[in-house]
Design a protein around this ligand. Sequence first.
Ligand code: F6R
Length: 606
Amino acid sequence: MCGIVGITSNKQVTSSIINSLRKLEYRGYDSAGIATLNDGFINEVKCEGRVDTLEKNLSKIKIEGTIGIGHVRWATHGSPSTVNAHPHSSEKVSVVHNGIIENSTILKKYLIKKGHKFKSQTDTEVIVHLITEYLKKNDLKKTILKVLKKLHGSFALGIIFKEQPDLIVGARRGSPLAVGYGPNENYLGSDSYALKSMTNKISYLNDGDFCIVKKDQVEFFDNKGNKVNKKILKLSSNEQDYDKGDYKHFMAKEIEEQPTTIKNCVNEYINKMSGDINIFNFPWKSNEISSIVLIGCGTAYHSCLMAKYWFEQLTNLDVGVDIASEFRYRKNRFKKDALYIFVSQSGETADTFAALDLCNKNNMKTCSVVNVVESSIARESKFVLPIHCGPEVGVASTKAFLGQMLVLYILCLKFAQMRKEIKKNVYMEKIKSLFLLSKLAKKSLETDSKIQSVCSSFTDIKGSMFLGRGYSFPIALEGALKLKELSYVHAEGYPAGEMKHGPLALIEDGLPVVVLAPRDEYYKKTISNMQEVIARGAKVLLITNKSKDEVHSENIWEKIEVENTSEDLLPFLLTIPLQKLAYYSAFKKGYDIDKPRNLAKSVTVE
Ligand code: F6R
């Protein structure tokens, strides 16, 4: 996590750096800082807290310069504080860093012996002193190559040098980094979004690359110091997607956008007339694939889990699901006939990227389901399926979750059709249901007032449980994750049938329990499990779909009904009230909904 930016220009850069840092705040927001070079001196202003505080400080301590770097931090080494905020500087250099230096303790010992004095508890400061040390005997390029070789772990770096006032060095390993091109100025940034207000011309560094950015020239080098050429990509402008409009929070906007994003995605992938799924240029024949491994983190992992149920239901493929941080370190038996699918909103999640890299290195078939199509995961996978839902700014994933599930569902249908494992009429029914889904999702948004009336029961509580079976189980996990990340209350998602194997002990008088029991093949079983928790005092919020049949259960505290669709699409409709429950609970508590504590949108450290 953390966001970095660098600008070299013929104009003053401070205010542009602040603007970019604001855009990068989704990556980290516990401290912020800026450093510029002016008249042969490095000037630094840093603070604990947000970019707003940094800007206030800058109105008191004015710093000037036509070259500078900035940083928003998500603490890894050392608590969030002014002293640990980036940039970190010596007399000679100033550095901003996103990532983790794993051998910082060893390097620090070596540098202390050489007489370097450390001010912070960060791993980043070793980079500053290492560069300062190597610059004594080497030129700039040699210094960079030597320093990068010494560093273990992950990094995206922006570096300015007292004695080279015309350039910024950028370098990346593991963490993302982009270069932007402007008129008489050039930029460095953690992503294109940070640079979007200044340019739409972008190049991305590959893993191991470094670059020298001057205001009128950019040079790229690989990890051996050989010059490399880079494509300049032109980004489309969709600034309005980054605007909250009349909504109080991006999350509220992104929840409400879901019917539209569903519609766009369905139209993008399916020909309404013929019902054909437009997945072109898929690099492998269906008979070359006999199993699927789905990999992701957090919410993306939940969409993978959901897809397992669909793939197993509609195809004969073997399906495995993995959390990326586990997959990457396990002794995997790679299978030539497997398709490895990586799911990620940002496309920059370090663990998911590492898992993809591992599969690529083992020559596996890799495919990604991403939102950000310029991301590292998209660029490194052999086939990409975008979710077409537009930028997601709120830290808690909402529309991207629905988008990921939708693309995985469509891919599953495509496999079932290619492998002749689905009857034509069943296939066409499912396509028809997909075209109706957007309208039904809109109805799920209408659960608002009910959710607002129940949400106070989810605020000051010891904990809560979210239960579901079958298709509803991954949604229960997702509902619990949303509540805990936004409302900071303990919430646990559980398969309803597992309760009696331990967690039932947690149920006590008044404990809020959300039961997802749509009228599908698991319905009766889930209702029985619901009875078991009600009998032990739980306050049950039942979420089901509309039906003429009453739910045969007494003492349900509250009930929310979503529309009807096919059993396998109900998860889409059940998700929306859970997103709203988390949103309104956090709203009631006055928490920062778009930037929950300790979290960041793009998790670029492992
Ligand atoms: C939860 C959430 C996270 C992300 C996870 C993976 O609301 O947003 O759990 O889903 O960090 O991020 P991506 O999808 O960018 O790989």
